[in-house]
Design a protein around this ligand. Sequence first.
Ligand code: ACO
Length: 309
Amino acid sequence: MTRAAITGLGTAVGRRVVTNHDLAETLDTSDQWIVERTGIHQRRVGGSCLELGAQAARVALKQAETGAADLDLIICSTCTPDQVFPAVANRIQDELGAACGAFDLNAACSGFTYGLTLAQAQIAAGMERVLVVGVDTLSRFTDWDDRSTAILFGDGAGAVVLAPAIGADRGMLSTYMGSEGRFADLLTCDFGGCIKMDGKEVFRQAVRVMVSASQRVLADAGLSPSDVGAVIPHQANMRIIESAMKRLGIPFEKAATVLETTGNTSSASIPLAMDNAVSKGAVHDGDVVLLVGFGAGMSVAAALLRWGQ
Ligand code: ACO
């Protein structure tokens, strides 16, 4: 089977920096509480899904040395689209000057990894260039007077170009998409409303599903936790990442994190953490990289890939 490899990666974040100290001016909270319970120091706010998504996509296309006209498909993962319809993907397609099919998917914070899984399937079926964008503007759906949620979220985008891997052992090794709808009420946002969440229970279930999805993709690829060179988890809470890494038996140092400066950006969080890890030199050619996301739904998705083309 032809494996999809990442050939370009780009990101964008909201322009305005909102620190914990800024939030403590209007909420009954403190920098110390937020850092200890979440690991977040600041978040980025601002921009539409179209603006952030197109900005990230342009960088990814440039890095992949791919023209927009060469794209076969655009998949945009978002749970906070600018409009009910058309899809953000259609607007991004027009903004880039692409001529291919384009659609949005909503799997909350698991959406980017769901998108990679669909892109892998399309490349295995013969497509040559697929753009996957993860973008969310959660600040527009945040109740800034609710200290239990306002401290967590931010706006951002990440995009990757996928193409058939050149090396036989490079690219996507295994993928998994899961859903546990019985937990759907733990994390909701109604039309015209704001994010509502049972934080403690989301925390508990998140660790469990991240671990089981990760173990599943490792087993499917015939690999073990000790084979993993880097983990790029959804960026919701540092303590969730620490607990999942511990249960997986992978040293915490192998986990990529960016939530310290971005907060939870939902669909954008995995590509933002990936970009940060790559620019710090934490991901090397040939490394086995584990991506794992969870979110409202409760949705979960994991992908295992060997880094490089
Ligand atoms: N500042 C100060 N105190 C606070 C704050 C705050 N911002 N928020 C809550 N508290 C208080 C509570 O009122 C509570 O006080 P009490 O003991 O007097 O009742 C105390 O702190 C402890 O509250 P908990 O909710 O038990 O705190 P917890 O350690 O569970 O941390 C948190 C809360 C950070 C929300 C955590 O549960 C969490 O991260 N959960 C996962 C959330 C998540 O990942 N959501 C996103 C999913 S992805 C998606 O699809 C969008």
